[in-house]
Design a protein around this ligand. Structure first.
Ligand SMILES: *Cc1c(COP(=O)(O)O)cnc(C)c1O
Length: 363
């Protein structure tokens, strides 16, 4: 039999492995710490807005997500016309690559950068190029050294998933200054609402000051709306126009739009989520360190833990946690087979995590 043949690059894609949601059969309680979801659930205002909308599911969504874009614009002091909403920020990553890179072009990102950059690059027939990291942190110098005549896009997740590390505002500015103007810089700020440090940037000021920088944001993380698939891009009027040409006419569901509007107004939930993460990120990091494991400093809602290469390795730790109903994220697919990424959960989940890891390390 002859299979139809896909475009070049497609067969070299390893399908994205999402965080698992099933654990050991013996476990009475499942603690899912594998997808960086919000420990506190979803914005209650968003859930209420969805319930109210259930009578009108026969209607198509607003194809321009106008109400949502206006609410985002008001919240962040932006131009609504330069916002493009997507079916998760994942969709926007894909649309940017499809619009700006193809066969013979290169898309540049950091060694342990978010996996979707690689997947969409290969899907577009373009060539992924990775810049070596220093100690699991993006190296701006190595990124710049990776630029060639063929580079079309540079992706940077700030903070990065799965490492949790970030580059400073000054480094980001330096990167933009040194990148040739025709290269699109995409700053993926999926965790920015969790960030509390002063020298951080989500890229917004670069979007405002340049024509060739895009910021990506999502409702999947701090707003707790991962199930709805909602993200947005902010770029120049030109880039927004390009995205609007290539996106599907109804790429954002009506429920996602309505929930997004409500979630943006739910400052209470946002504050609670941020404050919960502030407390428990520090606690989980400190407790894991006390067990003799290396925890990479994170500014997101997750930690990357390095295990020894002995019997107490990441694979064994993962199996042990799973048996006890706790699901971490394996990151071998990122080239980090000795690490596990673990999301900050709610209090009792974090406590169960530490107790179980302690038992594993002492066994
Ligand atoms: C979770 C995540 C996203 C994807 O978010 P969606 O809006 O759910 O598609 C994008 N980038 C990074 C770095 C992420 O961790």
């Amino acid at each position: 039999m002859n299979n139809p043949s896909p475009k070049s690059g497609i067969l070299s894609i390893s399908p994205y492995q999402a965080g698992k949601s099933q654990a050991g059969k013996a476990a009475t309680r499942i603690i899912k710490l594998s997808s960086n979801e919000n420990a506190l659930g979803s914005s209650p205002l968003a859930v209420a807005a969805i319930k109210e909308h259930l009578a009108t599911l026969h209607r198509y969504p607003d194809s321009g997500s106008l109400g949502l874009r206006e609410t985002i614009a008001k919240t962040y002091y932006l131009e609504a016309s330069q916002i493009v909403c997507g079916n998760g920020s994942d969709e926007l990553i894909g649309l940017l690559v499809h619009a700006f890179a193809g066969e013979g072009d290169e898309v540049l990102f950091s060694e342990y950068g978010f996996l979707m950059y690689q997947i969409y690059t290969l899907a577009a027939g373009a060539t992924p190029v990775k810049a070596r990291e220093d100690n699991l942190r993006t190296s701006v110098e190595n990124l710049l050294a990776g630029v060639t005549q063929r580079t079309k896009i540079v992706f940077i997740a700030n903070p990065n998933n799965p490492t949790g590390s970030y580059i400073t505002k000054a480094e980001l500015q330096y990167l933009r200054d040194k990148l040739p103007a025709h290269i699109l810089l995409v700053v993926d700020a999926a965790y920015s609402e969790y960030v509390e440090i002063a020298d951080y940037s989500d890229g917004l000021e670069l979007v405002k000051a340049t024509q060739n920088t895009v910021m990506l944001r999502t409702f999947s993380k701090i707003y707790g709306l991962a199930a709805l698939r909602l993200g947005w891009a902010y770029g120049s009027a030109f880039v927004a126009d390009i995205l609007n040409r290539v996106r599907g006419p109804f790429n954002v569901s009506a429920l996602a739009q309505i929930a997004g509007i409500a979630a943006l107004q739910d400052t209470d939930f946002l504050e609670k989520s941020r404050s919960h993460n502030h407390t428990w990120l520090a606690w989980v990091s400190a407790e894991i360190s006390k067990l003799g494991l290396k925890v990479h400093e994170s500014i997101g809602n997750f930690v990357l833990v390095e295990f020894p290469t002995t019997a107490k390795n990441a694979k064994a730790a993962c199996a042990f946690l799973m048996e006890h109903g706790i699901i971490p994220r394996e990151v071998g697919g990122y080239g980090l087979p000795n690490h596990l990424r673990i999301t900050i959960g709610e209090q009792t989940e974090n406590e169960a995590l530490i107790e179980t890891l302690k038992t594993f390390m002492q066994a």
